[in-house]
Design a protein around this ligand. Structure first.
Ligand code: PEP
Ligand code: MN
Length: 337
């Protein structure tokens, strides 16, 4: 259930409603919008006496949110959420580009890539230090050494860093280095991890699971939101279908759908979404045309030598071309890059 406050409602009136919801045995989540405040009620809403709430001063009306995700829904939060990371805002007019290697492999590889993506116009540096590999014999990442190198690359370029955390136990370590904590597709429903990230209050990049529906993605986001963290960025990264020419099928329709259903920013990963470097630029253009708030793209100076995901990684020069090509699409749909 949500309580929509009147435009002119005072902070005191909002506080009284919040207090009353707690007395009735539920948890209130207040969202201070530009137009009006909205209070989301989480818990067993059968305990809420709706009539009593509606009679309180400052209350415009209450409504039941029919969808299973509440705090993530547009009804609860009509304005777009903006996730701010240092001087980068994700979810406003500017399309944000995150780029870097799939995995941090060495200082030389990371610094070269970081400098190149920064030069080309990327806003955030990506790079995995802990890699969720299908095979236990595959390169698992440099671990903490990789995190240290990412922090060094941030120093050098000024770009904030996004990197994956796979396990609740590793959250404090990864959070000590990263600006955005990435939940990988394979961990989208690691509820212990989502719960903890909800309590961390650090921006989270939540990737759609390999076989997950849009509703399951939003329910995963709801875990983070309901534990107190509103800074969630959703990422469409392709889903499994019967198609074999691509690694995954990038679900472009997820972008406008998510923008309708939720206030959270939505970015697209055309690298994992296709598995083929040749498809990364056209799908980046499609993503931005469909309304994506950003892109996350794998770049490697020598893709043929990459320890993971070389086939979908762009060389720096190709990445630079991509940025220019996406910029014109952004302009065509009234955005900037
Ligand atoms: C990654 O970003 O390198 C990654 C492993 O992505 P995903 O979790 O989407 O497969
Ligand atoms: Mn990868």
């Amino acid at each position: 259930m949500i309580v929509v406050m009147k435009h002119e409602a005072t902070q005191e009136q909002v506080d009284s409603v919040v207090e009353r919801i707690v007395q009735m045995g539920c948890q209130p989540h207040t969202s201070l919008g530009e137009e009006r405040s909205v209070i989301g009620i989480i818990g067993d809403v059968r305990k809420i006496n709706r009539e009593q709430i509606e009679m309180m001063d400052g209350v415009e009306h209450t409504l039941l949110v029919s969808k299973p995700f509440k705090l993530a829904s547009r009804e609860f939060h009509p304005d777009d959420t903006r996730v701010v990371v240092n001087d980068v805002t994700i979810g406003n007019q500017r399309v944000v580009v995150m780029a870097g290697p799939c995995a941090v492999e060495s200082r030389e590889q990371l610094m070269e890539t970081a400098a190149a993506v920064k030069d080309a116009g990327a806003h955030i540096l990506r790079g995995g230090a802990f890699k969720p590999r299908t095979s236990p014999y595959g390169f698992q990442g440099l671990g903490e050494e990789g995190l240290r190198l990412l922090a060094e690359a941030r120093e050098m370029t000024g770009l904030p860093v996004v990197t994956e955390v796979m396990d609740p136990q590793m959250v404090p370590l990864v959070a000590a280095y990263a600006d955005i904590l990435q939940v990988g597709a394979r961990n989208m429903q690691n509820f212990a991890l989502l719960h903890l990230l909800g309590e961390m209050g650090r921006p989270v990049l939540l990737k759609r699971g390999l076989m997950s529906t849009i509703e399951e993605l939003l329910m995963a986001a709801e875990y983070i939101l309901s534990h107190g963290n509103a800074q969630v960025i959703l990422c469409e990264r392709g889903i499994r279908t019967f198609e074999t020419y691509t690694r995954n099928t990038l679900d472009i329709s997820a972008v406008p759908l998510l923008k309708q259903l939720t206030h959270l920013p939505v970015i697209v990963d055309p690298s994992h979404g296709t598995g083929k470097w040749e498809l990364v630029e056209p799908l980046s253009r499609a993503a931005v045309a469909a309304g994506a708030d950003g892109l996350i793209i794998e770049v490697h100076p020598h893709p043929e030598q990459a320890l993971s995901d070389g086939a979908q990684s762009l060389k720096p020069a190709k990445f630079s071309t991509l940025i220019n090509s996406v910029r014109s699409v952004a302009a065509a749909v009234g955005r900037e890059l």
